[in-house]
Design a protein around this ligand. Structure first.
Ligand code: AMP
Length: 207
């Protein structure tokens, strides 16, 4: 298993569903929007052992994004899980952008990208965090938010929580007010929620 603080795709080759889809274990799928939504995410996830390197099971959510009705159902579930609303959706590069754009369109909110270092053209805030080997840096435009704007952060997978923690820090340094984090899939054995203690986290599927 990858060490805590690791970012990028992580997970032991023996993790749940590693031999096929995440919903193939025979037990009911669970998640914060209930078993039906969890099952949709599970059925549209392909586990890819050994990608991008040995010992990792990559959770490929491409089939979920490619299935229009399923993607709409999970998008609607995300919107329903934050009834008090939000002004802006932050998507974390790169798959988070897909989720963020859909949620933003469904609610009339705007989208702000949090990007890997060196991609944004104007003044940025940066946050670095530890990886298994070295570190990674994420950036957001310094003027991305009005002070106090209510921000929902979204990503595809929550693993160790390093990426999400750095993103929440960036949003707040840029003046946004984080209402919470939504992920499509949470790898509970990597304890990302613990790293985000005190933050509202909503995962549509927890494995
Ligand atoms: P972490 O910072 O450890 O929570 O890693 C989360 C980020 O890495 C997210 O942006 C995910 O897209 C990606 N990620 C981590 N582990 C995996 C995995 N097993 N499958 C797919 N993406 C992953």
């Amino acid at each position: 298993m990858s060490a805590p603080g690791t970012s990028g795709p992580v997970g032991p080759s023996g993790s749940p569903g590693s031999s096929g889809s995440s919903g193939s274990s025979g037990t009911a799928a669970t998640g914060d929007s209930g078993p039906q939504i969890a099952e949709i995410v599970a059925r549209h996830t392909i586990d890819v052992p050994g990608f991008p390197r040995e010992g990792i099971v990559f959770k490929d959510l491409s089939p979920l994004f490619a299935d229009g009705p399923a993607f709409r159902q999970v998008t609607d579930a995300i919107v329903a899980s934050w009834p008090a609303g939000f002004d802006v959706v932050v998507g974390i590069e790169a798959r988070g952008f897909l989720v963020a754009a859909a949620v933003a369109y469904a609610t009339g909110a705007g989208v702000v990208p949090v990007r890997k270092a060196g991609k944004l053209p104007r003044e940025t805030h940066s946050a670095s965090y530890d990886l298994e080997y070295g570190s990674a840096t994420l950036e957001v435009h310094a003027d991305a938010f009005f002070t106090g704007q209510r921000v929902l952060v979204v990503d595809d997978v929550l693993a160790t929580g390093g990426t999400a923690a750095a993103t929440l820090e960036l949003v707040e340094r840029a003046g946004g007010s984080v209402i919470g984090l939504t992920v499509l899939l949470e790898l509970s054995f990597l304890s990302g929620r613990m790293r985000l203690a005190g933050r509202p986290v909503h995962a549509l599927l927890t494995v």
